[in-house]
Design a protein around this ligand. Structure first.
Ligand SMILES: *[C@@H]1O[C@H](CO)[C@@H](O)[C@H](O)[C@H]1NC(C)=O
Ligand SMILES: *[C@@H]1O[C@H](CO)[C@@H](O)[C@H](O)[C@H]1NC(C)=O
Ligand SMILES: *[C@@H]1O[C@H](CO)[C@@H](O)[C@H](O)[C@H]1NC(C)=O
Ligand SMILES: *[C@@H]1O[C@H](CO)[C@@H](O)[C@H](O)[C@H]1NC(C)=O
Length: 424
């Protein structure tokens, strides 16, 4: 059975996220995704989480993309949204790599071409009203006036593949995520990134994995006196068995790694001892990243519960279906399984404790992607650890106002700041 992760985008651009999203079911096709994106753009389904709306940031298509072979799955040029910084933020740059699952087979990648996750023909302007992209100083005191870039994800392999294949209909499928990353960074350099005094590479979900894969490469592009850091939001995907005992998520990654030829971005020291697929997992990646990095993740990540622990292929019974729908519905036996996942994550993150300039915020809220929603980021309803919101903890780490921002929550359901309003 095809892993459902393949066709379920993790994240639509901020203004298009809506609470009822997961009700679509995990079998949603790329065509449906497109239809819904269009519907949500039309108004009635637009969530109130991101009000007040700010101005639309247009899509910039990458110049010379086709000549460089830096193209989306369908051969169209990739794109990004750039909002210029101002004041004392004019030379600071935040580069966010969009997330949205992966495609691990020719068929899945072919289907993605019918959506913005595989073709710029479907990409629209977005609004930067949310959270870390917010220009409101109160909501986002540390980054509000930075240059901000939201790089669209249209390759299906976390900006890391380099290959091509024939689709079943005979047309060419382009797996050029690595070229997209390189060409976009090159173009941004010319637009002022080269003069940055501070730069932050970030991303959420599959984009968080991408930020991890490229963190040291990004950092190496700047002079030593430039502050370059990486922020990984909900990108800490674990190699754990699902409830039927299969390593189904490992199989998905194995498909992505081989189909899309991602080995160039994997750390050499890992490849020397391990299978490439294993080196695509964050637990391995964090061992070799040298740039200061912040890991933000829930230990009960709702996306991983639905797609790694209880994927459709694990044939969950009704009680598991309601548990993955909402963690409140889980039985104590099911919570024990989720606690096992939490333990695996906390163990894998032990290496972070010894890394001086690193930070982490591992909460126990049932959610996914916490830098892109106001509710999660820095509001009265945000999850708190040590009485700090996520926005405060990341600001403290980034600015060096507080040392050793390495906060790990207690196990679910201990944290009273885990609001049911959080996007899940
Ligand atoms: C795989 O990627 C590497 C590095 O980008 C590239 O040199 C090589 O040609 C690719 N292999 C295939 C089969 O495309
Ligand atoms: C970087 O700064 C230098 C000196 O101020 C300026 O000449 C150059 O045009 C800038 N480059 C970019 C890409 O903004
Ligand atoms: C799960 O919990 C939510 C919130 O408590 C509730 O509204 C919903 O009906 C429950 N779903 C199932 C299938 O039990
Ligand atoms: C927690 O922080 C809020 C403001 O962010 C403050 O009003 C409150 O007093 C703090 N609570 C404790 C227990 O420190």
């Amino acid at each position: 059975m095809a892993p459902e992760t393949a066709t379920e985008p993790l994240l639509t651009p901020p203004q298009q996220r809506r609470p009822g999203y997961r009700a679509l079911g995990l079998a949603v096709t790329a065509v449906l995704v497109l239809l819904l994106l269009l519907l949500s753009a039309a108004g009635p389904l637009r969530p109130r989480l991101f009000s007040p709306p700010q101005e639309r940031v247009p899509l910039t298509l990458l110049a010379g993309a086709v000549e460089k072979g830096a193209v989306c799955l369908d051969g169209t040029p990739p794109g990004y949204h750039l909002k210029r910084g101002s004041g004392d933020g004019a030379n600071n740059w935040l580069v966010h790599l969009e997330g949205g699952g992966w495609c691990s087979t020719v068929e899945e990648c072919s289907n993605r071409r019918m959506s913005a996750f595989g073709s710029s023909n479907f990409m629209k302007p977005i609004r930067f009203a949310a959270a870390i992209l917010d220009s409101d100083q109160l909501q986002n005191p540390d980054f509000y006036n930075w240059n901000k870039v939201y790089v669209r994800y249209c390759d299906g392999a976390s900006f890391s593949g380099d290959a091509e294949a024939h689709a079943q209909d005979g047309t060419m499928l382009h797996f050029r995520g690595l070229r997209i990353y390189e060409a976009v960074i090159h173009e941004l350099m010319e637009k002022g990134l080269a003069n940055a005094t501070q730069a932050l590479l970030t991303g959420c979900s599959a984009g968080g994995l991408a930020a991890m894969l490229h963190c040291d490469d990004f950092s190496a592009r700047f002079l030593q006196e430039v502050s370059v850091k990486c922020l990984i939001d909900a990108g800490f995907f674990l190699d754990v068995k699902d409830i039927s005992g299969e390593r189904s998520f490992w199989s998905l990654y194995d498909g992505v790694v081989h189909l899309q030829n991602v080995s160039k971005v994997l750390p050499r020291d890992c490849l020397a001892n391990k299978e490439p697929t294993e080196c695509f997992f964050p637990a391995e990646l964090i061992k070799s990243i040298r740039a200061p990095t912040f890991i933000l993740n829930s230990g009960y990540d709702s996306w991983q519960i639905r797609n790694v622990i209880v994927p459709g292929s694990s044939a969950p019974d009704k009680s598991w279906l309601s548990c993955k729908d909402n963690i409140w519905n889980c039985t104590s036996t099911q919570i024990e399984v989720l606690d096992g996942f939490w333990n695996t994550m906390v163990n894998a993150l032990k290496v972070v404790k010894d890394k001086e300039d690193w930070g982490m915020f591992i909460d126990s809220c049932f959610t996914h992607c916490q830098t892109l929603s106001r509710i999660s980021w820095n509001s009265p309803t945000s999850p708190r650890l040590g009485n700090k919101t996520i926005g405060e903890a990341i600001g403290d780490w980034h600015s060096g106002r507080r040392h050793g921002v390495k906060d790990i929550d207690c196990k679910y359901p201990c944290n009273p700041t885990c609001s049911s309003l959080l996007p899940s």
